[in-house]
Design a binder for this molecule. Structure first.
Ligand code: BMA
Length: 323
């Protein structure tokens, strides 16, 4: 194990005695529903962080006009969330307003004291928006990271070889029937280059496309990356969660990629919703003392749900079941 800071109040339930799964669900899922914001249609694919003893998050809410926007939320226990009624307003770095945070599928990464939000923004199509905050109240928008079309921008939680590193998934302007994960590097979070191929869609549950999920977790065996993989069936796309380990210093090199999925739509709230059969992880918190993992994922594009795992077990399982 080589996880991060202690999180003594990390949400947790032991694995049910009836289960042999590596990742298991919180028994009272979902933890966030449309009831958390009055004007919401759905709240899902959302990212949380641990900050000053409690939890903060950036939530994807599709409102009743079906506008996709980001909202802030906070929680004492990581399970019961209070969300803002109003979308997050962004500021330019000179302090002038930069409008509401429109877009979807946020991730939040703490690097060198700054919380950096990456999300799928719109600029002549989907691309990766970037904003940062020191206090989780005021967020300053930077330039978009990439040209359209791109989704699933996920930062690493420290610079690697002096550069910020971000995973992303070049895509199209629609529902993207393809997609591999790439890595890009930047000295300043605005100028991105040195692009590297990481890994691609492959057979079974991820044959259509893949995309990075939560911020990677540093372990002795490499960066632990949870990601979503998509298979297309005769009745639509099915989103599962998988795991891989990336090289610590050259994170575009895959050390191990787990053949079986780790989480697959199974429960009613994952099977039925605005988009059926979706589990979509956007955050994973790890308690540095115990190696307990709390994984936050969107379910069926409708609600936010929670799952648990042990870091060491996940790493061992990936190594034992690698391609
Ligand atoms: C992707 C994104 C995700 C969504 C998924 C399944 O393209 O829109 O937000 O969860 O499709 O609908």
């Amino acid at each position: 194990m080589n996880a991060s800071i202690p999180i003594p109040n990390l949400p947790w339930q032991d694995r049910p005695s009836s289960s042999r799964d590596i990742v298991w669900r919180y028994s009272d899922n979902p933890i966030v529903t449309k009831a958390n914001i009055p004007y919401a249609n759905t709240i899902f694919n959302s990212a949380v962080v641990y900050r000053n003893g409690h939890f903060e998050g950036v939530f994807r809410c599709d409102d009743r006009e079906m506008q996709q926007k980001l909202y802030l939320g906070s929680s004492e226990n990581g399970i019961d969330w209070t969300l803002s009624d109003q979308p997050l307003t962004l500021y330019n770095t000179d302090g002038t307003p930069a409008g509401q945070a429109c877009g979807y599928d946020p991730r939040v990464c703490l690097i060198d004291g700054r919380y950096i939000v990456t999300w799928c923004a719109q600029y002549h199509g989907p691309t990766i928006g970037v904003a940062w905050s020191e206090d989780f109240r005021t967020f300053y928008r930077l330039e978009n990271a990439f040209l359209p079309f791109n989704r699933n921008g996920v930062l690493f939680p420290r610079k690697i070889n002096g550069k910020y590193c971000m995973l992303s998934r070049p895509s199209d302007n629609g529902h993207t029937p393809f997609g591999d994960i790439f890595l890009s590097q930047s000295p300043d979070l605005e100028h991105w280059g040195c692009h590297r191929y990481v890994m691609g869609a492959c057979g079974g549950w991820s044959w259509t496309k893949i995309g990075a999920g939560p911020i990677p977790i540093e372990t002795n065996e490499g960066w632990l990356l949870f990601y979503h993989g998509v298979a297309t069936s005769c009745s639509g796309m099915i989103y599962s969660m998988g795991g891989a380990l990336l090289d610590l210093e050259k994170p575009w090199q895959v050390r191990a990629r787990c053949k079986p999925y780790l989480l697959h739509p199974e429960e009613g709230y994952e099977r039925v919703g605005d988009v059926p059969n979706v589990v979509f992880p956007c955050a994973a918190l790890c308690d540095g003392n115990t190696g307990r993992l709390a994984i936050y994922y969107g379910a069926a594009d409708t609600v936010v749900a929670l799952a648990f795992a042990h870091l060491d077990e996940v790493v061992d399982y990936i190594l034992q079941h690698a391609e």
